[in-house]
Design a protein around this ligand. Structure first.
Ligand SMILES: Cc1cc2nc3c(=O)[nH]c(=O)nc-3n(C[C@H](O)[C@H](O)[C@H](O)COP(=O)(O)OP(=O)(O)OC[C@H]3O[C@@H](n4cnc5c(N)ncnc54)[C@H](O)[C@@H]3O)c2cc1C
Length: 436
């Protein structure tokens, strides 16, 4: 590890968290938004623009959650494959769900432009490396489907073609999505916070919502810093729903909070990075315990993310595991120093697609399954439109039901060890070389 090793996200070097001065919520508001990440801020911005009084209550500081901790890869794609969505819901709904992914990318990139947010956004393209010959065949078939069904611009690269994108023996070819991009999530979050506040939303930090109580047509929102009477409530706590109180139990039962981990290497120099990743893309792979990696916005370091564990472990424990994953793709990086190692929570759903709607009187948008940089601001906006009662509230996610993960599940994913073992088995079966 580097001498200045930190377990804060690398992004905070350029974008320290904004500390909210104000901590007393108002007595009443049209809408209380729970959570100050991309979903909550985007929802609040739209509601404030429409003239609603809106207060965002954030348990820590805005950006403490996944939104200012992620890999900054922005694209259109879902965890669920078109083929499995079509099998489950029929091709029409599957097409609509995929179309939402494209709309989310268009919405969020326009938002960045309209608000003039300087977050180092760039269209870099994304490369998805196939971790086995079997995965390569599956990817090539999925690419054909995506081109035919949703007109996605996508290129299939053989192992020989791949050398122009990434120099490794570990992938058997892959898919190139040239329209995907990269941004600095800390700067994007700070810009979105500023945009929501500029529109008139009040954002209050260190104020967890600890209770929700119906009172006639209103809801009384309880916090350690006082109560707020609100006409509408918007849930935007995603993978952190269970961390601060039991008030959000209905959502905890529907979301699986999974830790994801990232390390930043010491400065390696742009030439060394270009020699390994000549395509300059965002990179992900198909291993069950997958890796995602990229250069930092200055092109000097590598940021390497992945599932160092499916259970919460500290960033210090995760660091050598991620370095091992990195060395399995780029053996020459085995001994580089690491300056930052951090973790955050993503929220999975039972059917691996996001959900939006109203549950027990609370509006919600959540469950991005690790792909929320474009989707969370987008569904935050759609949730605001639902609250405003406009036609723009309709989405392709309105049909699939938002079911609990399983009976008696209360937000503690006790089954993760079994899933971890299952993933290892799948990789072994598919001929994937182990990451470590
Ligand atoms: C390490 C990591 C890497 C990722 N990489 C990518 C990537 O490269 N590309 C991509 O598309 N997606 C990525 N994601 C996913 C993406 O970051 C999330 O989908 C997205 O940020 C979710 O935004 P959100 O606003 O819904 O939730 P969050 O940003 O998690 O915000 C939820 C907030 O709610 C607050 N909260 C919780 N409970 C309460 C309460 N009771 N009262 C008040 N506030 C509360 C929390 O403190 C938190 O700040 C990654 C996630 C992680 C963790």
């Amino acid at each position: 590890m580097a001498r200045d090793f930190s377990t804060d996200p690398f992004w905070r070097v350029a974008a320290p968290l904004t500390v909210c001065d104000e901590q007393s919520p108002p007595k009443q508001a049209d809408v209380v938004v729970i959570g100050g990440g991309f979903t909550g801020l985007s929802c609040a911005r739209r509601l404030a623009q429409a003239g609603r009084s809106v207060v965002v209550l954030e348990a820590e500081e805005p950006g403490s959650g996944a939104s200012a901790r992620n890999g900054g890869m922005i694209g259109w794609g879902h965890r669920a494959r078109f083929s499995s969505l079509a099998k489950k819901h029929g091709p029409a709904i599957a097409r609509e769900i995929l179309a939402e992914a494209r709309r989310s990318y268009e919405f969020t990139t326009s938002l960045i432009q309209d608000e003039g947010i300087d977050c180092r956004f760039q269209v870099t393209g994304r490369y998805l490396g196939a971790a086995s010959q079997k995965h390569y065949g599956e990817l090539a078939r999925e690419a054909d489907l995506l081109r035919e069904e949703v007109g996605l611009s996508i290129e299939v690269l053989t192992k020989a073609d791949q050398a122009r994108e990434i120099v490794t023996d570990s992938y058997f070819g892959g898919l190139l999505m040239p329209t995907h991009g990269a941004l600095h999530p800390g700067l994007f979050h700070a810009g979105l916070l500023n945009a929501a506040q500029k529109a008139g939303a009040q954002v209050i930090g260190r104020t967890p919502v600890t209770g929700l109580r119906r009172d006639g047509d209103d809801t009384i929102v309880e916090t350690p810093n006082g109560q707020v009477r609100a006409k509408e409530i918007a849930f935007a706590a995603n993978g952190y729903a269970g961390q601060f109180s039991e008030a959000l139990r209905a959502f905890e039962r529907r979301l699986i909070p999974l830790p994801s981990f990232i390390i930043a290497t010491e400065k390696l120099g742009s030439n060394r990075i270009k020699a390994l990743m000549p395509g300059g893309r965002m990179y992900v792979d198909t291993r069950s315990v997958h890796s995602y990696f990229r250069a930092d916005p200055d092109g000097e370091r590598i940021l390497w993310g992945g599932r160092a564990s499916l259970n919460p472990i500290t960033p210090t424990v995760a660091e050598p595991r991620l370095r091992g994953h990195m060395a399995s793709i780029f053996p020459e990086l085995r001994d580089v120093d690491v300056s930052h190692s951090w973790t955050g929570r993503i929220a999975y759903t039972r059917d691996t697609i996001p959900h939006i709607g109203k549950l027990d009187g609370v509006w919600f948008a959540c469950g991005y399954c690790g792909s929320g940089v474009a989707m969370a601001p987008y569904l935050g906006w759609r949730m605001a439109e639902k609250i405003l009662g406009t036609p723009e509230g309709a989405t392709g996610f309105d049909t699939p039901a938002f079911n609990p993960v399983m009976p008696l599940y209360n937000g503690n994913p006790w089954f993760m060890r079994a899933i971890e073992a299952w993933h290892k088995f799948l990789d072994w079966r598919d001929g994937v070389r182990p990451a470590r």
